[in-house]
Design a binder for this molecule. Sequence first.
Ligand SMILES: O=c1ccn([C@@H]2O[C@H](COP(=O)(O)O)[C@@H](O)[C@H]2O)c(=O)[nH]1
Length: 215
Amino acid sequence: MLSLEELAVRLFDAGAVRLGDIEAKIGRRTPIYFDLRVVVSHPQIMLSVAQHLEKLAKEIDHDLLCGVPYAALPLAAVMSVNTNTPMIMKRKETKMYATKRILEGIFEKNQKCLVVEDVVTSGGSLMETVRTLRSEHLNVTHAVVVLDRDQGGASVLKQNGIHVKSIFTLTGLLKILNEAGKINDETVEIILDHIKECQFSNLDFMKDNLEVLSV
Ligand SMILES: O=c1ccn([C@@H]2O[C@H](COP(=O)(O)O)[C@@H](O)[C@H]2O)c(=O)[nH]1
């Protein structure tokens, strides 16, 4: 398994870290954006990310894995195979024919489901998946995440009964990439200022719009 420092640099070199004035979700701009969807083109990196998530998952009692669609689906699948843990998949929309399911895969009421996510900003996307899992009577109390952007999402999720463990925090990742000469001091400062200014304390802003905003 790659060390955290090696993994951070490999992710950067693979194009998973975008710098600039980037449009993120509706109405938001950010000086840094993580595109962890690129890992599907780099099997060794994907394996290492999954292994780090497995390490976090080891400490958490769970019967099932569920990745937040779509970026975390391949990560959850690799974890499922590596640890022999069954996985379920949440559909973006309920299937309108045949099984009419919102969750694919086999599960039973009250099973403990661990959620897998790529990035947490506000916590909205993860919470949307949690709501679906809970509506199907699954027990959901924990999530493992590749990157917590340090923008308050983890505490929002905690208020909603979800404990988040992440491989990287944005602050920690910036430190690694700065020390590795990948991101200069000035850019680090711009990003840290942005994070301080752009904090989330609840999900009220998303209220009726969870599905739209998570795309
Ligand atoms: O740098 C980023 C930031 C976000 N994403 C995607 O958005 C959601 C997380 O944002 P929330 O506000 O917590 O819903 C997550 O599913 C990511 O796929 C991203 O890819 N990169």
